[in-house]
Design a protein around this ligand. Structure first.
Ligand code: IMP
Ligand code: MG
Length: 172
């Protein structure tokens, strides 16, 4: 497997999209007690770049969960039992790199609600165009993409390529 050039989504395109997302998110959470909840490892660059564009008083939490092995969703989410945060009465903005089967975001959204969040909305950098195992409502989406495997800007293939500044397809 190797990287396809040129990138599917370039660094300037990501930067430009983040500015618009940040404006919309800022308008929505003005006057609300916002907790930004990022899912590691995939959302790390998106999370950091986005939060620094929000002129809001926010609390920041990170949860570490894992569903993927290689290029396949394993079908179960690991690590949720140890995810804790004081979310009672908070407006939670859940950030992830990509919406694929829906399993991860559905499970994490449920967990955040159990911990007492007053609302849990979702912002993903990428949304794959496919039939999902579980429907998940995303309030903010960076880019809609085809049902293909991508890496870079936080997204990995077995732990590799996360640090790439743009988003690439993987080819033979
Ligand atoms: P879901 O639970 O199937 O929606 O998958 C969500 C997680 O799978 C994401 O947080 C990613 O870590 C991983 N994932 C899904 N699609 C891709 C991809 O194309 N490249 C890299 N990681 C992916
Ligand atoms: Mg991930």
């Amino acid at each position: 497997m190797k990287l396809v050039e040129p990138p599917l989504i370039s660094t300037p395109a990501i930067e430009q999209r983040l500015k618009l997302l940040a404006q919309e998110i800022t308008d929505y959470y003005r006057d609300k007690p916002l907790t930004v909840l990022g899912l590691l490892n995939g959302s790390i660059f998106f999370l950091v770049d986005l939060v620094r564009l929000l002129p809001l008083e926010t609390q920041l939490e990170c949860w570490r969960v894992q569903s993927y092995v290689g290029q396949q969703s394993s079908g179960t989410l690991q690590g949720l039992e140890s995810c804790q945060a004081e979310l009672r009465g908070r407006s939670v903005l859940l950030i992830d790199d990509i919406l694929d089967t829906g399993l991860t975001l559905h499970s994490v959204q449920t967990r955040a609600r159990e911990l007492g969040a007053s609302e849990v909305d979702i912002c993903v950098l990428l949304r794959k165009n496919r039939v999902r195992q579980i429907e998940v409502e995303t309030r903010w989406v960076g880019f809609d993409i085809a049902d293909e495997f991508v890496v870079g800007y936080g997204l990995d293939f077995n732990g590799h390529y996360r640090g790439l500044r743009a988003i690439h397809l993987m080819g033979e």
